[in-house]
Design a protein around this ligand. Sequence first.
Ligand SMILES: C[S@@+](CC[C@H](N)C(=O)[O-])C[C@H]1O[C@@H](n2cnc3c(N)ncnc32)[C@H](O)[C@@H]1O
Length: 217
Amino acid sequence: MNDVDGTGNGELPSTAGYGEAAEQLAVQYESVSFAEVHGELLHHYPAPPAAVLDIGAGTGRDAAALAALGHRVVAAEPTPELRAHGERLHAGTGIRWLPDALPGLPGLLAEGERYDLVLLTAVWMHLTPAERPPAMDALATLLAPGGRLALTLRHGPVPPGRRMFDLPPEHTVDLATDRGLRLLHRTTRGDLHGRGAVHWTELVFERPAGSTPVGDS
Ligand SMILES: C[S@@+](CC[C@H](N)C(=O)[O-])C[C@H]1O[C@@H](n2cnc3c(N)ncnc32)[C@H](O)[C@@H]1O
């Protein structure tokens, strides 16, 4: 059971279907490389050593690759079964794992650390339209001045048992720019796992270097 939302109600609606499929998903997530997933975006990522936060980190494929490059990496993953796979598969890499979850990310906000790179790879589509504004508030707060936020958005049919929302990318772009973030990159790509009906939008935003971090005013 999972109480990361602090309600005592157990599993989050947004993580529906992940715990029971974790064994198979661990194989799927680790079957592609960090370079394959992030290739188009890598030139937007900071040079090591930087403070990196991977939210919805799954089994830690990307967190481990970034730690190997010399970054200080925090991996937030609310599905205990996926977190356990990640801790086992990438033991000794220096990743710090947390059970925090969007939209509130209460643990990370309470720590007060700011990040040079925040990743949400295949995560944002799990949030309801109502959850997205407070989630973007939390993300903007967690970004250091000059920090980058990279998101991928899934488009296409929803797998059985999962909760996902296929919203136009403009919705997310507006939420980010309303909070002072600047759009650096927008591309569309196919699915790395060969699902023909699925495609992805990739977005990278920056908190301008001279700006006051949200929540620090
Ligand atoms: C499709 S998987 C992607 C995992 C990983 N980022 C990757 O690319 O392999 C989606 C992940 O989002 C996580 N997730 C779902 N709801 C979340 C929430 N409210 N906050 C943070 N992560 C969430 C799930 O537990 C799962 O690990």
